[in-house]
Design a protein around this ligand. Structure first.
Ligand SMILES: [Zn+2]
Length: 443
């Protein structure tokens, strides 16, 4: 039995259901969760908690308290390109629309406006931690610091000039400097983000390998997004992209392979051998007709699979709960088994597995004493959620992100009864509309 903490709690939460995610498959009824100094210090039956002193107590009747969702892959500022070009295959969408729009519009002001919009949308969607792979990572880190969310910010590396870096070497230099600035930050971490095997050459990947060995940080990369990517690599290099990354010694427990819609037995063996994580982005893969990541096969093989929304230009929202429902449904269709990716596993994928993929599972991803209080309270009391037999099934299969009532990150209340506490929603909407007018008039 947990011993009551001696000092008063900062906050005591009293939800109807508490789903810790670890241990797996557990739903605690009428339990309390106590927070002090931004961390979870107590999870106990309600009667025990009644004797404790807390500076603030919140009744969360009718609500399910869960770990905050971890959006393990995205391009935050692409919110400003939401809906700019739809219904196109990946390469036509990139070459004819996204890359030209990026070269015309992306500067620090764009990144600031788009990233703030993304942070606000993610908080409203129950996301407490996101991974970003876009430009001006130093600007994104300032914003994530300011607005209180947790983030893995990746350093973009490509073999051509990008906004904010004239070449890959400059991007790497800036990345190392940003890592040095942030290495003791409690909520922000840095990883390298080589864009994809087809856009980064061997010598740059080797530079990244050397830096990662010194810095002990993650590598986050689009890999095997489409069949075409794999076919072209076989033609050009005579090997599959994942095999090339293995040959270059990039694979390891900190390697985050985003997409993996093309997976054969050799690929699975490499992922298992090197203990890599996969980030599944089902809605982006569906929308761009990229293929299907075989989540159930990966899970059964022991590969850690997290989930991401990808950018809002190919999704078109940052709704990780909706993404998780899509993932659970597709897993059944792809594997031909209705038992694939059940509701509890789906929630684990959206929380703890994502945290593990980002190397943050000591800090977040489950409700455990000692971890940061990164939490979301979902409202299951409304008409469309009745009756509640299994609250986790209800969360995955019948809740939308409008069920998100409260969000805390490291104990800070960032969404209070659906209202952003640190961001001005009206101003964010006005700013996005202004950018939309400018971009739309030239597209
Ligand atoms: Zn992506």
């Amino acid at each position: 039995m947990p011993r009551p903490p001696a000092e008063p709690l900062d906050l005591l939460l009293l939800p109807t259901w508490l789903v810790p995610v670890e241990p797996a498959g557990v739903v605690l009824k009428n339990h309390a969760l106590g927070i002090r100094d931004g961390r979870i210090v107590l999870i106990a039956p309600r009667e025990e908690a009644d004797q404790l002193i807390a500076k603030e107590t919140r009744d969360l009747s009718g609500m399910l308290l869960a770990p905050g969702l971890v959006n393990a892959h995205g391009h935050a500022a692409m919110t400003l390109f939401r809906g700019l070009a739809d219904d196109l295959p990946l390469m036509a969408w990139l070459r004819e629309h996204v890359w030209p729009a990026e070269s015309r519009w992306v500067d620090e002001a764009f990144i600031k406006a788009g990233t703030e919009l993304a942070i606000a949308e993610q908080l409203q969607s129950g996301i407490t931690c996101f991974s970003d792979m876009y430009f001006f990572p130093e600007v994104v880190s300032q914003l994530a610091h300011k607005h209180g969310i947790r983030a893995q910010i990746t350093i973009p590396v490509l073999n051509f000039p990008i906004p904010g870096a004239r070449d890959a070497d400059e991007a790497l230099r800036k990345g190392v400097a940003l890592f040095d600035d942030l290495k003791h930050h409690p909520r922000l971490s840095i990883a390298f983000g080589p864009h994809a095997p087809y856009s980064v050459s061997d010598d740059k990947l080797e530079s990244i390998r050397t830096l990662v060995a010194e810095m002990d940080i993650g590598i986050h990369m689009h890999v095997h997004e489409t069949a075409n990517e794999v076919e072209e690599a076989l033609r050009e290099h005579g090997e599959r992209p994942l095999a090339r990354l293995a040959r270059l010694q990039l694979l390891g427990p900190r390697f985050q392979a985003v997409h993996m819609t093309q997976v054969n037995d050799d690929d699975i063996a490499l992922l298992v051998e090197h203990n890599c994580s996969v980030i599944h982005c089902p809605e982006s893969n569906l929308k761009l007709a990229s293929g299907f990541c075989p989540v159930e096969r990966l899970w059964e093989a022991g590969v850690n699979v997290g989930i991401g929304t990808d950018g809002a230009a190919s999704n078109n929202d940052l709704d990780l709960l909706g993404e998780t429902r899509t993932a659970a449904l597709i897993a059944k269709a792809v594997s031909g088994s209705a038992t694939a990716l059940n509701a509890h596993r789906a929630l684990r994928m959206a929380t703890l597995n994502g945290a593990r993929a980002l190397g943050l599972d000591d800090h977040t991803g489950s409700l455990e004493v000692g971890k940061f209080a990164d939490l979301v309270a979902f409202d299951l009391s409304r008409l469309a959620q009745q009756p509640v037999y299994d609250p986790v099934s209800q969360l995955i299969y019948s809740c939308g992100r409008d069920c998100v009532r409260h969000v805390w990150v490291a104990g800070k209340h960032l969404l209070d009864d659906r209202q952003l506490t640190r961001m001005d929603e009206e101003q964010l909407i006005a700013s996005a509309q202004e950018w939309g007018r400018k971009i739309g008039s030239k597209h």
